[in-house]
Design a protein around this ligand. Structure first.
Ligand SMILES: [Ca+2]
Ligand SMILES: [Ca+2]
Length: 125
């Protein structure tokens, strides 16, 4: 029986990495579906995603110019919207930046405690 190209969304993730992939996809669609084309992020949707989901990395996303810059950087086909491929490039670039940081610095002695309980993804078995 041929395997579908990607059936990750129809199954329970069996690893952290699969969960991470599902989260990326779900997070994108949570914001992309709010207005206009439901498969792409408008400026407003991008700003919401950046502020609510990437506040730690992009602390200045509230600043309109910052969103504008991210949008211009990401929108490689210049249609004024960020599609999933363009979004994944941002996530890839941020992840690379985090990895570089990790390589350059010794691991922190204690985890940073953030009093920010905006997300519900903290559930652990
Ligand atoms: Ca949209
Ligand atoms: Ca685009």
């Amino acid at each position: 029986m041929p395997r579908s190209k990607c059936d990750i969304m129809s199954k329970e993730p069996s690893s952290n990495l699969e969960s991470a992939m599902q989260m990326l996809i779900k997070t994108f669609h949570k914001y992309s579906g709010k207005e206009g084309d439901k498969y792409t992020l408008s400026r407003g949707e991008l700003r919401e995603l950046l502020t609510e989901e990437l506040g730690n990395y992009l602390g200045n996303a509230q600043d309109k110019d910052a969103v504008e810059r991210v949008m211009n950087d990401l929108d490689s086909n210049n249609d004024g919207e960020v599609d999933f491929t363009e979004f994944i490039i941002l996530m890839g670039a941020l992840t690379v930046a985090c990895n570089d940081f990790f390589l350059d610095s010794p691991p922190p002695k204690k985890p940073e405690s953030k009093g920010d309980a905006a997300t519900t993804e903290e559930k652990k078995e």
